[in-house]
Design a protein around this ligand. Sequence first.
Ligand code: SF4
Length: 491
Amino acid sequence: MFGVYAPGQAAAHLTYAGLYALQHRGQESAGMAVSDGDHIFVVKDMGLVTNVFDERQLAPLHGHHLAIGHTRYSTTGSSTWSNAQPVYRSVGEVSFALGHNGNLTNTPALAAEAGTLPGTLGSDSDLVAELLQQAIGRTGSRSDGRELEMALLKVLPRLEGAFSFVLMDESHLVGIRDPNGFRPLCLGKLDAGWVLASETPALDIVGAHFVREIEPGELMVIDAGGCRSLHPFEPGRVEPRLCLFEFVYFARPDSQLYGQNVHAARQRMGELLADQAPLPADTLSPARPAMVVPVPESGIPAAQGYSHRSGIPYGDGLVKNRYIGRTFIAPSQQERSQGVRMKLNPLRESIAGKRLVVVDDSIVRGTTQRTLVRMLREAGAAEVHLRISLPPVRWPCFYGMDFGTRGELLAANMSVGEIREYLGCDSLAYLELDRLVEATGSPAAGFCTACLTGRYPVAVPPELSKAILEQSVPAPAGPVAEEPGVLDLAP
Ligand code: SF4
């Protein structure tokens, strides 16, 4: 997500550049809303930023100074045009647009509260826009033009789960992080204006300098008067729980999270993996050459760290097709396996006869790694030892990562020994959680680890599904974890 308030500058073009830097956070659809001070215009469509926007859309928006933008990765609501963001609403004199990163966990209760008919809203983001629209409708116009801000103060405390938002009306830009700060959002300063962005590289690309992260539980309003910080949540709800997976995989390596560079943190993960799970000493003899191989691209820094700490040479053993997206989604196991072959190809000359330490960021369903191990063996690797930066993923994520159900998670259903056998590698080691948290460089800052530990910081109803709002008959009420904590989702 991206937002810019920059009088005298081309906000639409800055937003395009910002979204381009944030493409990795969502590849299903892209959109932006821009204001000329009197009206909001929205352009959005399915596809990548470069598919959706060209000079034809951007040129007419040249005089606009305020904009928000979004790239979508769906976790509630299907991947369709109508669910593309920003979501736009208009009530009386007030119009606003909203972009959301995260996933609400009390969607059914909110939908009931809003009185919407089943099937009429497409996503949890749409539902928040509906609640805001209703709140503005009840309050009516204000002489100070702060209708959106007042509606947010009423609606935000009712939301639960993961939500970073950027919003705008005709003259205000707003940024919000939920009380746990599951998803990142930062503030940047232009010479004459302000920027909000999910990650710091989007600030770099538009020439803004980093000011600070929006705090968990903070509502920031930016307008002609500057920035105002508000705190709409009860202080007891505010407890930082940044998603640990952002550090391991999701965020760009050149991002700063909790004041730490993500690339350096990933290198430390590799170093600590080398301490925790070295290769047996005999593999270091010249007669038995070993090599540390990254799974490109997110495995690269951890592989560098492993090599540096272990003294085992680092080498490229896999070539990634740069035209394949970050997530290759195919409906069947066979197609997924084929997808891995399309994405990665071994460098035979480099790996033949060697003992390989293959470093990857995570194993979720195991499709990539199983195919990869087979490919490396077929290409002549003598041994394949897998080292993984993220501990076993045993629990689903309800806060904005689409990991699937427990049944699809390899580690929810197998021991590490069984996984090693299933993947067909010679050894397998996952970085221990304590070491991973240490590697972030911010061990005391507060992380969500729910997918690894089952300890959910915000209670989740087990019946929550991606299509919860789209089904015409509401999902049957299931057992709800009344309190945050370990949730029994055993199949
Ligand atoms: S459950 Fe896992 S992926 Fe989801 S927010 Fe928590 S750490 Fe991140």
